[in-house]
Each structure stands twice: as C-alpha cells, then as structure tokens.
Design a protein around this ligand. Structure first.
Ligand SMILES: *Cc1c(COP(=O)(O)O)cnc(C)c1O
Length: 329
C-alpha cells in the first residue's frame, strides 16, 4: 500500500488476512517509485493499493506494467482525488475507490463508490453486499446533522466558543475535530462498514456526482497553483508535482511545524498538522520499507486553502510561510 493513507485502509487489509506493507513515496510527486515498489514487493505480494494523495493524481502506466509483470492486482484509492463524473479512475486498475465522506471534495455525509473492472468480482461483491444490513434513515440524518454543526463551526463565534470549552475541559481542538470528521469513529469498525447505504444517502451521492461543481474545483486549483508559485525555494512542498493537482489539501514539510502553525494562527490562518493520515507500519520481522515517509510525517503542516479565500489572503499566507521557512536555513 502507498505508505501514507488513513489508518482504516490498513485495518481493512489486515481484517481480510493480508499483511499490509508500506511502499515509500517520492516527496515531490507523492507517488510510489518503481524502486520503492521493488523494495516492498515479495513473491507473496498479491495486490497494490495506490493512493492519489492531497488532490493530485499519479500516472499509473509504469506502476501497472510493473504490477502486471508480477501478477499483482492494482487497486487505486481515489478518495482525495475526486474531480467529478468525467474521471472514473484509471483503466487497468482492478478497482477504483471514491469517497463521499465528511471532509472530501464532494461530501454526501458518507458513502463511497467503487468502480470494478472484473465482472466476476463485481458479482461476488454484489452478492455479499446484498446480505448486509441497510443503513437506517435515522442514522443518515444524524450524520447530516453532524455535518451541519461542523459547517457552522466555520464561523468565528461558534469556533471560538468550541475552542474555549475544549480548553476548559482539557481536550485538544485538533484531535477532537479530526475525530469528529472520521467516517467511522469508535469501535466495531468492520461492522460499521459492512452496511448498505440508505436510500437518501444513495440519492445524495448520485446528486453530488451528477451535479458536480467544477467551478469550485477550478477555483481551488487556481488558488493552490498560486500559493505554490508564491512560496520560496526554502519551502518544501509535498506532492506538488503530481499531475492535474486540485489541492484538496496543501501540505508543506516544515523544519519547525509548531512555529509555522503558531505564526500562521497569529496572522489569522488556521493551519494544522492533521492527524487523519498515518504511515502504514511495517511487519516486525521486515525492515521498514517507508523510511522517507516516516521521517516526513512529523514535519507535515496543512495550509488552509478554500475556494472562498481571496488572492490577497493567499499571497499574505505565502509570505508568512516564506518567512518562517527561510529562518533557520
Ligand atoms: C477519506 C479517505 C478514505 C475513505 O474514507 P471514508 O470516509 O471511509 O470514505 C480512504 N482513503 C483515503 C486516503 C482517504 O483520504
């Protein structure tokens, strides 16, 4: 698996009796190189899960021919790379996974879509899924309510209140928010995901796809490119050389993450270290196959980037980042 992903992906792989092996990623492209793949692969390797991270996409031609030569199935995780109905994933992959979770580009308050390119596999999965319990409408509306509350937190006053209350009760704001946007918080994870979507959820997912707002996406893309262009050479951008980047998030690797976050907060920018992604752990008896990503993760800071931000706000943010990252060099 791509070394960097959400922890639940490795949990699913383990649940099915497979051993996840992290494949290291190139920092500039956030893609596994053939060299990294060689290192992580053994004769026991059955599948490769490639994640298109941060809103960028990875050209898979070389990876697919590498995998084909070894009889490895390639599955692609497109959760962070949704760009609307015109891109159903990469031809040649056995499966392409899309997420409509809370913090994704087109949220439906949960749910996902899988494109399968094998009829037998499709039939088997369909049969299994038909035996699963259906998500109740009540549960779906609970989720909608939660997303509405989170959306309200985007306003200054409720946000300040929450931060104040959490400080009083000794809880961490970042950790609390990260947990509340997770698709499947708490225990019984596998039980939670072996569910069919409710009718309203299915409708909402279909609607998010058919009425996809490509203007918002273009805006985010333009702002991301602008920000990348305004950062100085001292600023280490992560995954910015991926193709067709839409900047779902904007990660940088900072030499002093705490200072960068503090300085940005002082200037009115809410950056975060983000805790939703992890580096897949290597099995105990094997040498670590993801040293680059493991060293990188503690340095990663996600800069805020929203279609509603102005160009001036982006430029000012770049100045703050440039200043922090140039000191200490
Ligand atoms: C969001 C995400 C998923 C799936 O998350 P759900 O909320 O369960 O849909 C999978 N992989 C990555 C890399 C993600 O970012």
């Amino acid at each position: 698996m791509s070394a960097m992903t959400i922890p639940d992906m490795a949990r699913i792989v383990r649940h099915h009796g497979y051993v996840p092996i992290p494949v290291d990623l190139d920092i500039d492209t956030a893609a596994p190189t053939i060299d990294f793949l060689e290192r992580a692969t053994t004769t026991a390797t059955r599948g490769l899960i490639v994640a298109h991270l941060f809103g960028g996409r990875i050209p898979l031609d070389d990876i697919l021919s590498f995998a084909n030569r070894r009889g490895i199935d390639v599955l692609e995780d497109c959760a962070q790379a949704f760009i609307g109905p015109n891109w159903p994933g990469t031809e040649g992959c056995l499966a392409s996974f899309f997420s409509f979770g809370t913090i994704k580009t087109a949220t439906a308050c949960g749910g996902g879509v899988v494109i399968l390119r094998d009829q037998q596999l499709f039939d088997d999965i369909k049969t299994a899924q038909d035996s699963w319990p259906v998500q109740t409408r009540a549960h779906f509306f609970q989720r909608v309510l939660k997303v509405v509350l989170l959306k309200l937190l985007g306003y200054r006053l409720p946000f300040s209140l929450l931060r104040f209350v959490l400080r009083v009760i000794g809880r961490d704001l970042d950790a609390t928010l990260n947990n509340s946007v997770r698709g499947f918080p708490g225990d019984h994870f596998i039980q939670q995901i072996t569910q069919s979507p409710s009718g309203p959820l299915t409708h909402l997912v279909a609607r998010r796809i058919s009425r996809f707002d490509s203007c918002q996406l273009s805006r985010r893309k333009a702002l991301g490119s602008r920000l990348a262009g305004r950062t100085s050479d001292h600023v280490k951008l992560v995954g910015h050389k991926a193709t067709g980047h839409t900047f779902w998030v904007f990660p940088v690797a900072s030499h002093d993450p705490d200072r960068l976050i503090t300085r940005l907060r002082q200037s009115g920018y809410d950056a975060t270290q983000g805790r939703s992604m992890e580096i897949v752990t290597s099995p105990e008896q094997r040498i670590d196959t993801a040293p680059e990503m493991r060293a990188l993760l503690p340095q990663v800071v996600y800069l805020p980037l929203y279609p509603a931000m102005t160009e001036t706000a982006i430029d000012r943010m770049a100045e703050v980042v440039n200043e922090v990252e140039s000191s200490g060099h």
